[in-house]
Ligand binder design. Sequence first.
Ligand code: PMP
Length: 396
Amino acid sequence: MTSNRLQSFLQDNIADLKERGLYNEIDPLEGANGPTVEIDGKQMINLSSNNYLGLATDDRLKKAAKEAVDSHGAGAGAVRTINGTLDLHLELEKKLAEFKGTEAVISYQSGFNANIAAIPAVMDKHDAILSDALNHASIIDGCRQSKAKIIAFNHSDMDDLREKAREAVESGAYNKIMVVTDGVFSMDGDIAKLPEIVGIAEEFDLITYVDDAHGSGVLGKGAGTVKHFGLQDKVDFQMGTLSKAIGVIGGYVAGKSELIDWLKVRSRPFLFSTAVSPADAAASTKAVEILMTSSDLNEKLWANSDYLKSGLKQLGFDTGSSETPITPCIIGDEKATQAFSKRLNEEGIYAKAIVFPTVPQGKGRVRNMPTAAHTQAMLDEALTAYEKIGKELEII
Ligand code: PMP
């Protein structure tokens, strides 16, 4: 029997979210998540994935995954420290370290797990963490789990960061202080001011942590935001995901050997949860190899992204502060944003509404994610739909 209190909690809260236009329906896809998707029997142009380079459906990755299933089976079998460390996990970590230009890498089951693993492994209640106000939820959860004092600084506001770093140091209250930021901010597509952040970190002896989930495969010719700014020796933690540009599933932290060795003995999702499957590890390794040997997909991604973004701007849409392929069309009101996205879907364009609490209230947007796998004809079709609906709903 379900508890009455649980039942009324769920009913009241779901009704409230629906009333405020904040209840996101989840659409099941029929078949693969590619440049087009099928939903309810309808083919649509997909502008909602994080599959930046189209690798999720790449034949080379599929082949690597199938071969790994044949040679190693379906699952890793155990937590890695017990007996689940496969040669495929070690190969992946070696390849990622080469890709990132760091001494070593530890891999996790997801990007989310990497953040909730790594931050609490080095920070505790005697420490403080300076965290950008727009950091991803998994960073926030990692910071909370560490029990360190969390000091949010205004988004990309370097004066605020410097001031808060100075106060934290001068208070003498903390053993260690970390500054943590997304490399690329996932809802706006702007890039962190890493050279300034690193400068402040040097001034105040801060630990530096960059979540590069959206920068890897995209910036720095694919190697990420840290490489983009040439700061490889200045950032302690380069966290990344294998689920976006890499096209598979998993996460990792790249850094100095001593740090990675520590994470292997102290990070809880590594110690208490089984690693990704052989197929996932092998497909990810293949994706990294592809990125290291050719820049074709990266160049195609940027060409498509520039084309879509400039087209939307010319139509009069507000793409905010985006500097990367993440291309928001900021509408504002939550219900208007949901209505816009629904009309796009009806016109065969799958671009999701992103509303509170994923973005601040009143900052609803339809987020477009062009990829290397889109054709120009697909992007033109999307722009035509944007123009039609933008006029119809009086947004442009
Ligand atoms: N960090 C950022 C900035 C992200 O956007 C995401 C994914 N939404 C994650 C971490 C989590 O990555 P994953 O999906 O691999 O768990």
